[in-house]
Design a protein around this ligand. Structure first.
Ligand code: NAD
Ligand code: NAD
Lengths: 204, 204
């Protein structure tokens, strides 16, 4: 079983590799990769070791080869459809965020309880009434951006319609049956970590 | 120097400890803490060891004592003021998010370029014109929620007004002078990790 911390580092590596590829950098050492992410070079090599051998000692890693390999592990070469419930401020910002589509994640269905939002078009997606959520939506990924009091009810609706992975922004813990994966996002943590570094800053 | 991965785990521990405290749990073992966060128990103990000794072998850790200790490391017992630039969909959602205030982070100033947004009141904060950003704002934390094309310009303005820590949502890399800490957030990574677990799910 691959540690979660390794998986959460992969998109950071992938994004950095895409950036340096744009600047025509073809090879990179594990030291450079590690410095970017704030870990030890040995940790970077260990992360990759879970997925087989790549890179040659001494010469470093081919940027293109790493992008292919990590993109493959994360299935970023495929299109992934997602459904969002809650098209308020946060939901709208997520629906408009271009980077999702660049990595293959497309929010193709959007639902809300507020009938005044139903019919609104955001990008290519028209907001529908949550009561029209079909029995089998055939979309694996769901995003919940409703108030905490509606979190569990919306999670139940999504699971009933076949969603198997949920990104939960509500701040309220949701229970799901075995077979459904949930990740919760809390941007408060980002502020807490930023503040830690601010108060412990040592000019380099 | 404490590894970044350790610091990013502290808010996750802290949030979990607050939740179990609400359920009247007084003691917790490193195994239980580790299971919640998806790491090894030895990693949890190692994380804490950077900050001195706590917990007694065999009995586990006092929940209250851990909350005090981790809250102290993250300075969560103090009030932290923040300024936000960009009061669109994302900015508005961040300004309305109650959890920030619960951990002591208060967005007390908000600025936007769009004069039709100036004067709007969100919570206790009235949106101001970015051209009115004062010379010395006396606020340490800044949040940038503008389009990528304005990212660097807004970062320069915030740094010039005395902001020392920036949470950057724009997706565009910003350059800041030595002494300023930047953390970038990209929710695409959350989708990528969720999708990884969805495609590699092994029913437990
Ligand atoms: N996790 C984070 O870091 C973070 C950051 C900001 C906001 N939030 C949270 O995200 C959620 C959305 O924030 P927002 O600012 O967009 O709020 P909002 O009020 O603007 O939007 C919420 C939307 O959900 C809809 N809704 C409510 N109940 C529903 C239901 N049962 N079914 C379908 N739709 C329903 C509403 O009609 C509304 O359009 C809130 O819970 C907020 O606390 C989380
Ligand atoms: N990092 C992530 O995961 C993530 C997720 C969603 C959106 N985003 C990004 O966050 C940003 C905001 O998204 P949104 O949906 O709120 O967009 P939006 O268009 O609704 O809001 C942007 C706001 O910034 C203001 N603005 C533009 N230039 C400015 C300047 N120079 N000074 C002050 N204000 C200025 C606009 O007037 C507007 O109010 C975008 O760049 C978007 O791509 C990031």
């Amino acid at each position: 079983k691959i540690p979660e911390r390794t998986i959460t580092r992969l998109p950071i590596y992938y994004n950095f590799l895409l950036e340096i590829q744009k600047n025509d950098i073809r090879m990179i050492s594990s030291q450079e990769m590690a410095r970017k992410v704030g870990i030890k070079a040995s940790q970077f090599r260990k992360d990759l070791s879970y997925f087989g051998e790549f890179g040659t000692q001494g010469l470093g890693y081919s940027v293109e080869h790493l992008i292919e390999k990590i993109g493959g592990i994360l299935h970023l070469n495929y299109r992934h459809n997602a459904v969002i419930v809650g098209v308020g401020n946060l939901g709208t910002a997520l629906m408009n965020y271009p980077h999702f589509g660049e990595w293959g994640f497309h929010i193709v269905r959007a639902y809300d309880l507020d009938t005044s939002k139903v019919g609104r078009k955001i990008g290519y997606t028209t907001v529908k009434d949550i009561r029209e959520l079909p029995r089998d939506i055939m979309i694996p990924l769901g995003i919940i951006a409703v108030p905490p009091s509606s979190a569990q009810e919306v999670a139940n609706l999504l699971v009933a319609s076949g969603v198997r992975g949920i990104l939960n922004f509500t701040g309220s813990r949701i229970e799901v049956p075995n077979g459904v994966v949930v990740r919760s996002v809390d941007l408060t943590y980002e502020l807490a970590v930023l503040n830690y570094y601010l108060s412990h800053f040592v000019p380099s």
